[in-house]
Design a protein around this ligand. Sequence first.
Ligand SMILES: NC(=O)c1ccc[n+]([C@@H]2O[C@H](COP(=O)([O-])OP(=O)(O)OC[C@H]3O[C@@H](n4cnc5c(N)ncnc54)[C@H](O)[C@@H]3O)[C@@H](O)[C@H]2O)c1
Length: 356
Amino acid sequence: MATRWFVTGGAGFIGANFVRGLLARRRDSHVTVYDALTYAGHEISLDGCTRTGRFALVRGDVCDADALDAALRDASPDVIVHMAAESHVDRSIHGPAPFLRTNVDGTFRVLEAVRARPGLRVAVVSTDEVYGSLGPTGRFVEGMPLAPSSPYSASKAAADLLTLAYVHTYGLDAVITRCSNNYGPYQMPEKLIPLMILSALRDQPLPVYGDGMNVRDWIFVDDHCAGIELAAERGRAGREYNFGGECEKPNLEVVETILRKLDKPRSLIRFVTDRPGHDRRYAMDIARATEELGFRPSVDFETGMERTLRWYQDNLDWCAAVEDERHRTHMRANYERRLEAGAEPSADRAAPEETR
Ligand SMILES: NC(=O)c1ccc[n+]([C@@H]2O[C@H](COP(=O)([O-])OP(=O)(O)OC[C@H]3O[C@@H](n4cnc5c(N)ncnc54)[C@H](O)[C@@H]3O)[C@@H](O)[C@H]2O)c1
């Protein structure tokens, strides 16, 4: 069992949940977070970790090979969980360059650092988005051809392929995890669920892309973190593992659930111009992860949403801290014109048939 963990991107949404969970459950674990602290990475998300005496935060860029090497020398980990990424599809549409830099070049630097350290294992955290979009039926299965459609997903697919090439060519001890949409505490309010929660709490319009019928397979973040831990310790080198919540829902249903639970009116919904190239449906086949790793999602959507809603209501200080000027600039660029132009109350729109 691994005791010394090195988590790139550990100050982000999934990273913070992963690190907190690991430190709390495994008293023999030591965790080093290596994170550039971009707009999406926040030291406050790791508040309290230092008190365990088993935690270190190193501010560093995964693209900086020397800094990464020095941090690895100091930390001397058994396993790297590589999560550092630019992760927001909308931002990748506005400006793909940082996505290619961090997600492709950054992964290359991590793989090189692992190659220089025989015996070191790495779990590369990827996404269901590398598979592209589904029609009304079917699920993503590992081994399917990758067909990413946004700059974000293309950069993640490139990182996956590079990882597989390193396993094949250099015998690297690497696994890849691919997960569906996460939700839970510490998620930046540019992503669907926290954006809708905070907008509803503030009685502001809830911008829903297109007809709201894009389907995602929602997973509570703790379940994803459990999957990553299993894959990092038990996964077979060169193998990809799908994780999902077995919980397909159209975005509109997610938004309506939030409004209902907060006792807010449906009239807050605004349908706005769709995201260009918006994938229609994702769904995960998790049989491999279940059979080989013993993975099962354990938090149902109602429970997960209630925990998430309560967390945001109780942590408005965290929200205020992360909604800084960088966040506000992006939100204005992405939504201001859409809200002015769209501004059509929700009504009872018929959903067009799903298409691929
Ligand atoms: N959020 C999801 O629903 C989801 C689903 C499947 C897979 N993933 C993957 O999981 C990983 C974590 O996602 P997240 O939602 O926590 O993302 P996030 O955007 O919340 O966090 C990303 C973290 O990476 C750090 N980072 C960015 N660029 C860096 C760089 N150059 N060097 C070092 N650190 C850098 C940021 O500071 C931040 O702490 C990503 O690889 C993402 O592709 C996310």
